[in-house]
Design a protein. Structure first.
Length: 282
């Protein structure tokens, strides 16, 4: 029985030892092996063998692209405006041993590196430029951190700016500024319309006055020609002239009688004699 127990124990020890010496690495991963606490080798995907009890798999890293979410943060622009920005970075581990031994926590380190670079880049831009230049910020951000993370055996595939928006205080200030600008434009438009209306009204009055003056000139010329024709027609005879003057006089009296201010109209007893007196004075 004692011998059988020893054999069984030895068999179990052999199986366990063999199991510890065989390592299968899945596709898309690499394992870091330490020998007596020191880096020894990196195991590639597939079947691998290590020395049991001496070698140990210390780290298991993926070789697939890793998506790192960069938390939102407040960033102050060159013109002292506060905006909130966040990003997402796509990285790939090309040297697992550098990633685990070169930095304590590569994901935390890259996140802080991107945040710091983002603050620096946006801090050199004005608010309007920062809100409208995502591609420019992206290119500068990638160039700023690619060399740093290369020392950790990591490649930056790309980095994208997810959101870059003014803070709530800035949004309120921008909305108030936009409302004030709309009111200013409305006031300018109203003033311009009133100005154009006044100009058109003045032009209308000027044109009406010009037309009235031209009409008076035409009437004066017509009256002169009429008087000339009448004078040539009557010659030295005063009866036709008296008739014309009497007609004008009668029209004037009719207009006078219809006036609101007229109370009494007095006609001369001898109308022809009155007309002759007017003619003699003329």
């Amino acid at each position: 029985m004692d011998g059988l127990a020893v054999v069984v124990a030895l068999a179990i020890l052999v199986v366990v030892t063999f199991a510890k010496g065989v390592r299968t690495v899945p596709q898309g991963y690499k394992h870091i092996v330490q020998r007596l606490g020191k880096y020894h080798v990196t195991l590639n995907p597939g079947l691998n063998f290590i020395i049991p009890y001496i070698d140990a798999v210390a780290y298991k890293l993926t070789t697939k692209d890793i998506v790192l979410d960069i938390p939102s943060q407040e960033v102050i622009t060159e013109d002292n405006a506060v905006i909130i920005a966040n990003a997402v970075a796509y990285i790939n581990i090309v040297s697992p041993e550098k990633a685990v031994y070169g930095v304590e926590n590569y994901t935390f380190a890259i996140q802080n590196l991107v945040q710091t670079a983002l603050r620096s880049i946006v801090g050199e831009m004005a608010l309007d430029s920062a809100l409208s230049s995502r591609d420019q910020i992206k290119a500068k951000l990638k160039a700023a951190i690619s060399d740093d993370i290369a020392d950790w055996g990591i490649t930056l595939k790309t980095v994208e700016i997810q959101d870059i928006n003014p803070s709530m205080t800035m949004q309120q200030a921008m909305e108030e500024q936009a409302a004030a600008e709309r009111q200013r434009r409305a006031a300018v438009t109203k003033a311009e319309g009133e100005k154009q209306a006044a100009i058109l009204e003045a032009d209308g009055r000027l044109e009406a006055s010009r037309r009235d003056a031209e009409a008076q000139v035409v009437l004066a010329k017509a009256s002169g020609e009429a008087i000339t024709l009448v004078s040539e027609a009557v010659g030295d005879q005063d009866l036709p002239v008296l008739y014309l003057l009497g007609e004008k006089y009668a029209d004037a009296l009719v207009k006078l009688s219809t006036s609101n201010n007229a109370k009494t109209v007095v006609l001369p007893a001898d109308l022809p004699q009155a007309l002759r007196g007017i003619l003699n004075k003329v």
